[in-house]
Design a protein around this ligand. Structure first.
Ligand SMILES: Nc1ncnc2c1ncn2[C@@H]1O[C@H](COP(=O)(O)OP(=O)(O)OP(=O)(O)O)[C@@H](O)[C@H]1O
Length: 415
């Protein structure tokens, strides 16, 4: 079940807005509605945010993002359509029931996050819990833990005035984390920060999300931020969602010219990650399996390299066909290249950072956050991915050349 689900959402501002919805459904344009004094802020928006994903709503100023997120948290009532949170239709809930869903399930982080100036950082982080009536010692514990998570361990006793802007924004994040809700709504949460601090916060959010598995609806007008953070991205224009997809899908298959033009200048190598281009390994060898099995697997799957994995799917090493063949022939031991000497990358590594690996290894092994083998990237695939980036500078620094250096040709790459 989706954590957040929006169906055919409309928000029209102005008098008797329902007639605006009817008109839009019958093909009227935004301009038509304006002539009647109506502003359609969100038009026919449907999407599901899955449990544990970062879903980014990306659009320029005025495209309807804030209106959308306000309908999700119940601050604004849709003109028509529904929003459900864990199956509860929040558009139908009122009073105490609505407050309870908002308090227990959803927390918000805003762009300009106002700290209470006369309360300590710890009290600020615990504020949502205080409102919910959680006792002092429990909320202090939860707030301390949350401050720790955002890199502000030890700052609980300080006053907000002693913190930098970036640190204050972290307190906002800590407050949302401390409240322990599964869903976090983040409205331009990092937009007011300096670029370096902002990048830092983005990294931290990704890390926290890996650890905690929160469901995050994140709003931004910054395409690079959207691409960096979003497991999926909804591209909004003039109140409508034009496309929903992963960064890769949007880059590779934009649904229309608007989206295509919007993303054309994105440097794919900085957006796409190892996870985006990896393939499932055609086969893996268990550490307890011998050269006979390796030989059979290689023949069956037409590959010359096999990752060797332990029972928990962590990487033990690699075997090459030549070593397997000689072990089979001599009825001897099979040489396993130890994991330290294998080209190992992380699922969230950006392609731009993988180039040096491609020069060294015929096959990269991609590990997930739990160190388990998630997939593989043959060197040829990586080189192709690096080459198809339209934003590669002409003759630029680390751009791979059209014909890879012969010395870099795969020696025993997977087929
Ligand atoms: N309370 C309101 N009354 C009338 N029109 C509104 C109201 N709130 C928003 N709008 C209009 O709805 C449209 C969408 O606004 P919204 O704030 O949702 O966009 P946004 O994408 O969040 O933009 P920004 O990033 O600038 O906040 C805009 O045309 C805006 O002027």
């Amino acid at each position: 079940m989706a954590s957040i689900s929006a169906e055919k959402l409309y928000k029209v501002f102005g008098r008797r807005p329902q007639r605006g919805v009817d008109a839009l459904e019958n093909g009227a344009t935004r301009a038509d509605l304006r002539q009647q004094g109506l502003t359609p802020a969100v038009i026919d928006a449907s999407f599901d945010v899955k449990e544990g994903e970062i879903f980014v709503v990306m659009g320029l100023s005025g495209s309807g993002k804030s209106t959308l997120i306000r309908m999700v948290n119940g601050l604004l009532e849709p003109t028509s359509g529904t929003v459900s949170i864990d199956g509860d239709d929040v558009t139908r809930l009122t009073g105490e029931k609505l407050r309870r869903v908002r308090r227990d399930k959803v927390s918000m982080v805003f762009q300009h996050f106002a700290l209470l100036p006369h309360r300590t950082v710890g009290e600020n982080a615990a504020y949502a819990l205080e409102i919910s009536g959680v006792g002092r010692s429990d909320r202090e514990k939860q707030a301390d833990r949350a401050l720790e998570m955002v890199g502000l361990g030890g700052w609980g006793g300080s006053m907000p005035g002693e913190l930098s802007g970036g640190m204050r924004q972290r307190v906002g994040l800590a407050r949302a984390l401390a409240s322990g809700t599964d869903i976090m709504l983040m409205d331009e949460a990092f937009s007011a920060l300096d670029p370096l601090i902002r990048r830092d916060m983005q990294d931290q959010l990704i890390e926290l999300q890996h650890q905690l598995g929160k469901t995050i609806l994140f709003i931004t007008h910054d395409l690079n931020e959207a691409m960096r953070l979003g497991d999926r991205i909804a591209m909004m224009r003039d109140g409508r969602i034009e496309q929903i997809g992963s960064a890769e899908e949007i880059l590779n298959n934009p649904v229309n010219n608007y989206v295509a033009e919007f993303v054309q200048d994105v440097d794919r190598t900085r957006v796409l990650t190892a996870a985006n281009v990896m393939e499932p390994p055609v086969a893996v060898l268990g550490t307890e399996q011998g050269p006979q099995t390796a030989h059979k697997l290689m023949r069956e799957h037409q590959t010359t390299i096999l990752p060797v994995v332990r029972r928990d799917r962590t990487l033990a090493g690699l075997v090459h066909e030549r070593d397997v063949a000689s072990a089979v022939r001599d009825n001897g031991e099979m040489r396993v290249v130890p994991a330290e000497q294998v080209g190992v990358v992380r699922a969230d590594d950006h392609l731009v950072d993988l180039f040096s690996h491609a020069t060294e290894h015929a096959l990269l092994i991609v590990l997930d956050a739990q160190d388990k083998v998630a997939g593989v990237i043959p060197r040829v695939t990586l080189l192709a991915a690096l080459r198809t980036s339209p934003a590669q500078p002409d003759g630029g620094g680390d751009e791979p050349s059209e014909a890879p250096d012969p010395q870099l040709q795969p020696t025993g790459g997977a087929a």
